[in-house]
Design a protein around this ligand. Structure first.
Ligand SMILES: Cc1cc2nc3c(=O)[nH]c(=O)nc-3n(C[C@H](O)[C@H](O)[C@H](O)COP(=O)(O)O)c2cc1C
Length: 413
């Protein structure tokens, strides 16, 4: 059979597969965000897109990636491109996973399930948020090979909830545990504050109007019910109504993930343990001393601290101090395969993306996250080909610079 079977001619319009049609409708994250904005209520879109304070940190994440330049290399055969990587003893098809996103059911009902299934099919990790709307047992049953679990501290329960979640993760078959560090306090997100965001959501003139003008979203909510904090249902006394579970989360889940808690989780969880959110070198050193297996350097997608640096900008300092002993991963505005390649070239072992996967789900329902993963894959391959790189595990030869003020060079050892 010819390589072009199923195509009618040359060009992006030639193929008529579902993937090709989706690509023509949504060739990048930008159009998925626009479609998501049209399809879901304003308060849900603001929750997805917004950040803390003046949202400077979100722009900083984007700018840091935009400023990176890679000098292209030509002449070598790049027809056999290898994007697979090994992480914590497991092979993944891309150096990319889905970042944890709590309350994703507000953006699109059952998003956790759709994203988990797509990640399993694409063979990339999906980090389920502790405050997900589908519980860890259900998610692991549809995605047994690629589910990781993120946890926050729940100090007001004397950590009983955290330790029970660790045990549940073990029983459910979670591959790696991620403790989030960068939420010692709740922060003011201006958009959510203005919208009076509440779960379960409250009927006001404004929310009713927004829901009424988002019929597909409203229909999905009618089918699946209002988003609820599914993992917390067992911890509520009596009947776990959505209101009671939300009250529980509101009261109990406030406070930092401390070094002491990390030590205690480390003693209990034998599989890979990852910390997410540290950006300071000394914090990273301390984490490694406590036996943590990996770091996701992150500023929570600009949702917690408006002065935080972009993860990619602190990467080299961390690498200089920590060497190559533990995987250093990053997230924040990784919107394309080119961003994945830039991150790898700048020294990240692995990257995660949040909003693009959730926006794709809001725009296209269950087809969204698979489309997003397919786009990352093809863009990454394209960017590698232009950079003269045929193996994503071997990018040290790339010539690049992170800022215009710098000379071009290769990665520091
Ligand atoms: C809607 C939303 C909810 C989030 N919820 C969580 C969460 O529950 N736990 C967590 O560690 N990070 C959470 N984050 C942060 C992401 O895991 C990730 O750090 C960030 O989104 C990466 O930036 P990006 O969205 O630009 O890719 C959330 C982010 C978004 C957009």
């Amino acid at each position: 059979m010819s390589a072009n079977a199923g195509s009618a001619g040359w060009g992006v319009g030639a193929s008529n597969t579902t993937e090709a049609r989706l690509l023509r409708r949504h060739p990048g994250v930008g159009s998925l965000m626009t479609a998501a904005k049209r399809r879901i209520p304003g308060f849900a879109f603001d929750y997805l897109e917004g950040g803390v304070g003046d949202e400077l940190c979100i722009s900083r994440n984007r700018r840091a990636l935009d400023e990176i330049e890679i000098v292209p290399r030509y002449g070598d055969d790049v027809s056999q491109i290898q994007t697979a990587v090994r992480l914590f003893g497991q092979d993944y098809d891309l150096p990319l996973g889905v970042a944890p996103m709590g309350l994703s059911g507000l953006v699109w009902p059952d998003a956790d399930l759709f994203i988990a299934k797509a990640a399993e099919e694409a063979n990339i990790p999906f980090i389920l948020s502790m405050v997900s709307n589908v519980d860890v047992e259900t998610v692991c049953s549809v995605a047994p090979n690629t589910t990781w679990q993120q946890l926050y501290a729940v100090p007001q329960s004397d950590y009983r909830v955290v330790f029970d979640m660790v045990d549940r993760a073990e029983r459910a078959g979670v591959r790696a545990l991620v403790l989030t560090m960068d939420t010692p306090m709740r922060q003011k997100r201006l958009r959510d504050t203005r919208n009076g965001l509440t779960v379960p959501f409250r009927a006001t003139m404004r929310t009713v109007y927004q829901v009424a003008t988002s019929p597909r979203w409203a229909l999905q909510v009618l089918r699946s019910g209002q988003p609820r904090f599914a993992n917390f249902v067992p911890y509520v006394e009596g009947e776990a109504t959505p209101n009671k579970v939300a009250n529980y989360v509101n009261e109990y889940m406030v406070g930092p993930t401390t070094w002491d808690l990390i030590e205690r989780v480390r003693a209990r969880w034998k599989k890979p343990l990852v910390l997410k959110g540290h950006q300071h070198v000394e914090d990273a050193v301390r984490a490694i001393e406590l036996g943590v297996d990996g770091l996701i350097v992150s500023n929570h997608g600009g949702r917690q601290f408006d002065a935080a640096p972009a993860a990619i900008d602190v990467l080299q300092d961390l690498r200089d101090r920590l060497g190559h002993g533990v995987p250093i991963m990053i997230d924040g505005s990784i919107c394309s395969g080119l961003d994945v390649l830039k991150s790898r070239i700048c020294g990240a072992d692995f990257v995660f993306a949040g909003r693009p996967f959730l926006a794709a789900t809001a725009a296209l329902g269950k087809h969204g996250p698979a489309h997003m993963a397919a786009m990352y894959r093809s863009e990454l391959r394209g960017a590698m080909g232009q950079s003269g790189l045929s193996d994503i595990s071997n990018v040290e030869s790339a010539t690049f610079r992170m800022h215009r003020a710098q000379p071009f060079g290769n990665r520091r050892a």
